[in-house]
Design a protein around this ligand. Sequence first.
Ligand SMILES: Nc1ncnc2c1ncn2[C@@H]1O[C@H](COP(=O)(O)OP(=O)(O)OP(=O)(O)O)[C@@H](O)[C@H]1O
Length: 506
Amino acid sequence: MAPQPYLLSARSIVKSFGPTTVLKGFDLSIAQGEVHAFLGGNGAGKSTFIKIVSGQHERDAGTIEFDGETVGASVAAYVDAGAIAVVNQELALLPHLSVAENIAIPRLRRATRSYSERASEAIAIEALSLIDPHFARESVGRLVGDLTLHERQLVEIARALGSGAKLLLLDEPTANLTAAETGRLFAVIRRLVVGTGLAVLFVSHRMREIRQIADVCTIIRDGKTAIDRVALNAITDREIVECMGQSTAAEDHVGAASDGGVPRAMPKETSAAQGEVIAIHHAGIGLTIRPGTIVGLAGAPTGPAALIDALTGLSAQQTWDVKRNDAPVKYRSPAAAARAGIGFVSGDRSNKGILATLPIIDNLMAARRIVEGRGVARNDELAEGTRLIEALNIRARSLWDLPSTLSGGTQQKLLIARWLALKPKLLVLEEPTRGVDIRTKREIYALIRKMAEQGTAVIWWSTEYIELAELCETVLAFDLDGKPTCVLRDAQVNEAALANATGMAA
Ligand SMILES: Nc1ncnc2c1ncn2[C@@H]1O[C@H](COP(=O)(O)OP(=O)(O)OP(=O)(O)O)[C@@H](O)[C@H]1O
């Protein structure tokens, strides 16, 4: 019997941006009815390849065959025809349109009937119900611009899942999803893969998740294929990490790669342990945060978001009481909070983090300029910028390049770098390791621990309970309705207890 042709076969793909060659003769083939993990370190070229296969970039060289046809210069026609759907790392919804319009309008490109609001709502509810029927009914008429990042992510995933495509490209779809949502997403993917022969290319840095959902993997390293279509049950986590070129960082903890249980390193007693104390209180739950402690927030996004709003001045509506050294505080804006010593790294990287039209140096200096109340650059900023990108191992060609020239994980490091030299009293982090590879994750853990040792108190919201269990001696848990449920301490901070306390136990 002749071997089955692949649904997608990309061979010898080359792509450069100016003088930088990102894909250097890369190969990847995906069969019908498989979930294919696409693995590689930050900046290896995964998103670039996905953008080529989804018609957002054109390749410089190489061949692509899709569904038995040789594809010309661009894949865009197949995307427009609905055969290929993509969820990019940076979401691509239109904020001034409703959820229903965002889901239904792309289908009108191939529809023969005129637009109908009722038909759009029905299409959107069907797509969203794949993930969450309650959210489907509640969100369909809302403007996308009014949704949280997390809600937008659900909409974008539902749009792709419900599109009827033959190939689904998912670039880090689970960053920012709760464990329950990830479980539902995986169930839908499995159903579609088995039922309709859907093929899925799935990018994630979370090894446990990859093993849960994917059948085979391809590993990209420095723009070339390091491993081509290997069954996941034929390769160990350690081998994967080695192939990605990340073995030194993961040496002590292949557990980090496999998300396995890693003992938590407690921050050392800080010299500032007697410094400012921050107290938070709401709905019968209170917590005192001392300098040098890393406090985790666990649970569905609404709960942590309300606390983060209060701590950083993000919203005028403040449900939490916040006191610093017994004095109540309320900030009008994140800038006001920053000037009062509170740093913030938003989980909404593209809308509330990266300054997309300003070069890397301005992105690095943004927090310092706000804290110091300066609108203009200072001479020594270039030296400080260079120190920061070295400290975080950020691979940038020039400090004058735009952040869009950096990979997603590298942009994440840029946001953290902003606060490194400022020694804030409190640093509030929303999913700070979103989209970062295993090595970078360990680098970020070390940097934040060091800041804690120097006296910064840290609030760390993460949807990855293993991360909270590794880093935090105290975790504030929230239930699915956003209410704080309890404070877990020391030995209580483990994955099972966190899942229980947040209503996400299986
Ligand atoms: N528009 C661009 N101009 C210049 N360089 C770019 C551009 N887009 C991407 N790059 C570079 O291409 C390389 C690969 O980036 P890409 O986003 O494809 O990596 P990735 O594997 O998806 O990484 P991550 O896991 O961080 O998302 C990076 O070095 C990045 O800086």
